[in-house]
Design a protein around this ligand. Structure first.
Ligand SMILES: [Zn+2]
Length: 297
């Protein structure tokens, strides 16, 4: 049975901390390096219900994509939400480890998992990491659909393939525009518009697209924009990451049990289309907030 320090070393080998952005806060947050680990839970957000899920599961390690603390703090008092998470985890012997922008840049990384969920064949990173001679690491990914789709069809495919959220998937652009090459970036990707345009991609799928950057991007070029829920674009990485740790565990004979949280922690839980609005295909755009199939409620 591995110690937490052994598993942490394996996580650091998958997602080296030094490859995170300068502003980021990755690596261990809490946990005893000498404690034994048998069960690991992967999730996007280190929120209260995920911490409670880790405890209920009997996990000794929770690995999240988003940091719990991004800036300095002077308190982990349990009256604060973050302090409550820390107390819940420490009280029940659960360590927390964060792999954020180091997992974004990794090969394979967050956007590879997103591209995989969409059925794209990845051709390379959108913003290559200059320190990678193989040219595979970096931010975002470029990929190709096996069969070209219209923008409306691609939007429907993204809504069907990504985990269900209240937001669903919305798109900007001509619904009939053919889409074959797609740029993707898990999480908020509106800082990469110039790169996407330069790549010549037909469409760009990311999250958190705001009015002004999206409006300006639409004016600049015919590039179609596809906006999914932030959580939904990063959740596929949890399954990839769990599979990567499974492989390490198998190699070392650790016998780790890995789990992926299916709780929808996207903060938006309700979506009401305007009464007379129609989506690109002419059908009502309503969607329900629900847990993933087979997930506990
Ligand atoms: Zn994110």
């Amino acid at each position: 049975m591995p110690a937490l320090s052994d598993v942490t070393a394996a996580l650091d080998a998958l997602w080296p901390r030094e490859r995170a952005e300068d502003w980021d806060a990755v690596g261990p947050v809490c946990g005893d390096p000498d404690a034994e680990v048998t069960r690991v839970l992967f999730a996007v957000d280190p929120v209260r219900e995920v911490a409670e899920e880790a405890v209920a599961l009997g996990a000794q390690l929770l690995v999240t994509h988003h940091p719990l603390f991004l800036r300095g703090t002077t308190t982990v008092e349990a009256g604060t939400f973050k302090g409550r998470v820390v107390h819940t985890l420490i009280r029940d012997g659960v360590a927390l480890h964060v792999a954020h922008t180091n997992a974004d840049r990794a090969d394979p990384g967050v956007s590879d998992a997103l591209a995989g969920a969409l059925g794209l064949r990845v051709t390379g990173p959108l913003v290559p990491d200059p320190s990678d001679p193989a040219g595979r690491r970096g931010l975002g990914r470029l990929g190709e659909l096996e069969t070209p789709l219209s923008l409306a069809e691609f939007t429907a495919l993204a809504a069907a393939r990504l985990p269900a959220t209240a937001q669903g998937v919305r798109a900007a652009g001509d619904p009939d525009r053919p889409v074959r090459t797609v740029a993707v970036c898990g999480g908020a990707g509106d800082s990469l518009f110039a790169r996407v345009r330069a790549s010549g991609a037909d469409a760009y799928l990311t999250a958190d697209l705001r009015h002004h950057p999206a409006s300006e991007a639409r004016e600049e070029s015919p590039l179609a924009l596809v906006d999914a829920a932030h959580w939904a674009t990063e959740w596929p990485w949890c399954e990839l990451a769990a599979a990567q740790l499974d492989a390490v565990s198998e190699r070392h004979g650790w016998g780790l049990r890995t789990h992926v949280s299916r709780r929808v922690t996207d903060p938006w839980g309700l979506h009401q289309p305007s009464p007379h609005a129609t989506d690109a295909s002419g059908a009502s755009g309503a969607s329900d907030a629900r847990h993933l199939e087979g997930a506990p409620n």
